[in-house]
Design a protein around this ligand. Structure first.
Ligand code: GRF
Length: 195
């Protein structure tokens, strides 16, 4: 099964996918897409000889538009798009033109702590202030609203001993690296069934 992974920064989830034992020899990251010209996730992709593409709303050299990107992904037989730390809202037109599903990983237990502005440390700061005892990543389908597509899976983690938002972030990130490859593996099993 071929996937495209969309990133904006660090790329630790991309690494978890590429290095995952359960996905090895079954799921192939064909291309890594970013809204940035360069980011650590791109460097990692290039070190693994994975193609990279920058998507831009603007007509900037060396970038593709969302329309062009949808056509490239469709033509290259991508079976699933995985947003792993991609911060831009995906245009509705791109979702319509793409022939496959899009999933996203969010660093909190949706439907709480989602929506516009709820990304990165904003999420963990809000969870810490709330005094919640549990947090954890959620993987969901992407639709035209931030974090509102159907929930696929989550992985709760006890944060009652966490003393800062940073501690919550690292507890949740550890679970992200487990959950995201597992969900992709489930898509792979479904894909095999249909082929
Ligand atoms: C993760 O916390 C993910 O849940 C969120 O953005 C972060 C990306 O981290 N959507 P990384 O780039 O995968 O390290």
């Amino acid at each position: 099964m071929n996937i495209a992974v969309f990133v904006s920064g660090r790329g630790s989830n991309l690494r978890a996918i590429v290095n995952s034992g359960i996905l090895a020899g079954k799921v192939f990251v064909k291309v890594v897409v970013s809204d940035k010209i360069s980011c650590p996730a791109f460097e990692f992709a290039r070190s693994k000889n994975i193609d990279t593409l920058t998507v831009s709303g603007k007509n900037t050299p060396d970038t593709v538009t969302y329309d062009e990107l949808a056509a490239i992904l469709n033509e290259n037989g991508i079976h699933l798009v995985v947003l792993a730390g991609f911060l831009k809202l995906i245009p509705a037109e791109f979702i319509r033109k793409l022939n496959c599903k899009i999933i996203n990983i969010h660093p909190a237990l949706l439907p709480s702590y989602g929506g516009k502005g709820m990304y990165g440390m904003n999420v963990h700061n809000a969870v810490f202030s709330s005094g919640d005892k549990m947090s954890g990543p959620t993987v969901h389908y992407v639709n035209e609203q931030y974090d509102e597509g159907a929930i696929i899976a989550n992985l709760p983690v006890d944060i009652s001993n966490a003393k800062s938002p940073d501690e919550i972030a690292s507890l949740v990130l550890e679970k992200e690296h487990i959950l995201l490859p597992e969900v992709i593996y489930d898509f792979y099993l479904n894909w095999i069934d249909g082929n």
